[in-house]
Design a protein around this ligand. Sequence first.
Ligand code: GRF
Length: 194
Amino acid sequence: MEKKRIAVLVSGGGTNLQALIDATHAGVLQSGELTLVVSSSSKAYALTRAAEAGIPSAVLTGKSFEPELEALLKDYQIDLIILAGFMRILSPAFTARHDRRILNIHPSLIPAFCGKGYYGLRVHEAALARGVKVTGATVHFVNEIPDGGEILLQKAVEVLPDDTPETLQRRVMEQAEWKLLPLAAELVSRGEIK
Ligand code: GRF
């Protein structure tokens, strides 16, 4: 079977992109190929990770970036889009055109601590403020509602008494995000999740 062609959309450090790259080398991600990285910032370290892995990349910083993004997706014949720390909201028209073709990783157990305003450290700050004992990460399809699309995979992570937002973020990444995202990419590429 031909490999699905994957575009990864990033804005920052790109540790989730790195997890996808590592999963390719480890044979965990084998039904999909990391074909293109698109960043909303020219300073994103994710771009260095892409270059080191030999994956072509593009930077789209404009306010109305979607027409350019569509052109790139067409040029590179992309089958699947993965949002890995992408800090821009996609329009309802865009998400509708790519229905069940966009994945996102969110660092909580949706429906807790998700939706508008819940990104980055804020998610973990909110979890600690609420005093939950368990949090985690979720991979979901992207639709017009922020963090509202169908849930594909979730993994729980323990909250420890001395956690700061930073230590919790790190544990959620290590124990959940970096495992779930490559697995979801493989399952969707393989056609096991449609
Ligand atoms: C991750 O916590 C991810 O869940 C969220 O944004 C962060 C991106 O981190 N959507 P990185 O750029 O992959 O290191």
